[in-house]
Design a binder for this molecule. Structure first.
Ligand code: AMP
Length: 209
């Protein structure tokens, strides 16, 4: 199964991807996580991406396409994969078409104000990458990861200012993907304001239909 998850920042892509990966036994490819790793390691690629990411813009199509092209060749992708955060532009989607035949594309939608409120309340575990949200998915102990006992941190781009830019970037650059995949008849649209379990059920029902 080869899937793409699209949605504005904090629409719930990462949370749903983690659940779908378990359900279908496929690989999770988050381009945002891959880039954050490069930034943390201080590689040349990370240094190129750092400022753009902090401001809420997009790294170049060329760069991200090259990363994905290599990643999907790896062994864990043989059974399939979920691309979370890629493609983000029509150019990326066209390149992806040349690489693989997608089964389905899931679009998780929610109003801008909901996403902005959510992203500023988001917390991440620096060790295992688990994501929490003070509003609707709090850790058992405030500020501490349930699994690792590690202190949770906030992403540098989960501020109001960067968040607004990221949402604007989504509308300008990524929203056209809804039409792109809709025209191909492989798009499933799911309401991202529903409870997390209901979103998962709606996605699985759409994928298994
Ligand atoms: P995410 O974790 O998916 O919200 O991604 C974090 C940031 O990484 C984005 O705001 C972009 O700056 C960058 N990024 C991730 N995926 C892509 C992509 N497919 N194209 C361009 N930039 C990306």
């Amino acid at each position: 199964m080869k899937l793409v998850l699209i949605g504005a920042p904090a629409a719930g892509k990462g949370t749903q991807a983690a659940r779908l990966v378990k359900h279908y036994g496929i690989a999770h490819i988050s381009t945002g996580d891959m880039l954050r790793e490069e930034v943390a390691k201080g590689t040349e690629l990370g240094n190129q991406a750092k400022t753009i990411m902090a401001e809420g813009g997009l790294v170049s199509d060329e760069l991200i396409i090259a990363i994905v092209q290599e990643r999907i060749k790896q062994d864990d992708c043989k059974n399939g994969f979920i691309l979370d955060g890629f493609p983000r532009t029509v150019v990326q989607a066209e390149k992806l078409e040349e690489m693989v035949a997608l089964d389905k594309v899931v679009y998780i939608y929610a109003p801008d104000e909901v996403m902005l409120e959510r992203l500023t309340a988001r917390q991440t575990c620096p060790k295992c990458g688990a994501t929490y949200n003070k509003l609707f998915l709090p850790p058992k102990k405030e500020g501490i990861c349930d699994t690792c006992n590690e202190a949770l941190t906030q992403r540098k781009d989960d501020t109001v200012e960067a968040g607004k830019n990221r949402i604007a970037t989504f509308h300008k650059q990524s929203k056209p993907l809804v039409g792109f995949y809709g025209d191909k008849g492989i798009l499933i649209e799911v309401d991202g304001t529903m409870p997390i379990d209901d979103i998962t059920k709606a996605i699985i029902a759409g994928l298994d239909a």
